[in-house]
Design a protein around this ligand. Sequence first.
Ligand code: ATP
Ligand code: MG
Length: 324
Amino acid sequence: MSKRIRKFVKPYLVTNGSKFRLKAFDPDDHGSLKASKDAAASLLEEGVSRLCALQEKLYAQDQWGVLLIFQAMDAAGKDGAIKHVMSGINPQGCQVYSFKAPTSEELDHDFLWRTSKSLPERGRIGIFNRSYYEEALVVRVHPEILAKQKMPTELVTKRIWDERFEDIRSFERYLARQGYVIVKFFLNVSRKEQKARFLERLERPDKNWKFSLADAHERKHWKDYQEAYEDVIRATATKHAPWYVVPADKKWFARLVVAGAIYDALARLGLRYPVVGQDKKKELAAARTELLNEGKAVKKAKRAEERAAGEPAGAEPRPERGAA
Ligand code: ATP
Ligand code: MG
């Protein structure tokens, strides 16, 4: 099964960015799967339950940490993918953080500060809905944001993006050496499909709340964003922190790829429930005996009490002589 899942997600996996071309990835791809939406839903359900079983072990073992990063253009389906793929996973073992435009407190620190504070604990899966990658995406597409970042001006040079990539690579290499498994998802939606989803948000009353004029405005920078994403993936796809370029025009397919990729990352760890040593086994056996004898001990004590009093415990006290 693990091998089949690995084969299924492999076409979307980028572990070496040097030759990466975004154009080579079709947003409408759905592999060799001819699945209908319904069939995909049951496949996803099966995948999620397998994932849950691995997550239980991850939590019990409490050594590895997992960081999942989601990046995408608006309406690509980040929220839905996170919701569906992580459904059913023990909430105690999972932490989700969304990163929006930085607050003034966040701007008062280095750019990795806010995400570093939100890294998952060992044994847990941490999800970043957007991340430090925005620092080389939205900030690159809108230089006015960079101008407001309180960086010393002499440090803001033409090399700034390469420097950020280098810092991100070092940071991810450090995390990997600390026992963090990093998987990064770019939900690759097409411009055409984004338009259809925006129109749906405008036309359907139950989706109106999702529409934002700012999102529609960002769409005008589509080409710049595509170039920025290509650069990001080229510079930061590595074996220990790979990118998945997930075809996102079909939501059901995107969710299957995401679930499969997370499953594969966890399966590679060879997770096991912690093995109990001899000392611990003795401790467990003693605790078991104590628990089983609990009732017996209480009864024994009660009988001893009764014998000492010469009468059954709990019996009505005899009335005083002469009492009415
Ligand atoms: P949704 O629209 O589904 O709620 P979202 O992730 O798009 O999800 P928004 O509140 O719409 O959430 O957008 C967050 C915005 O914050 C994005 O436009 C993103 O580019 C921006 N943002 C995130 N990180 C940074 C950053 N470091 N600097 C500037 N802007 C950022
Ligand atoms: Mg948005």
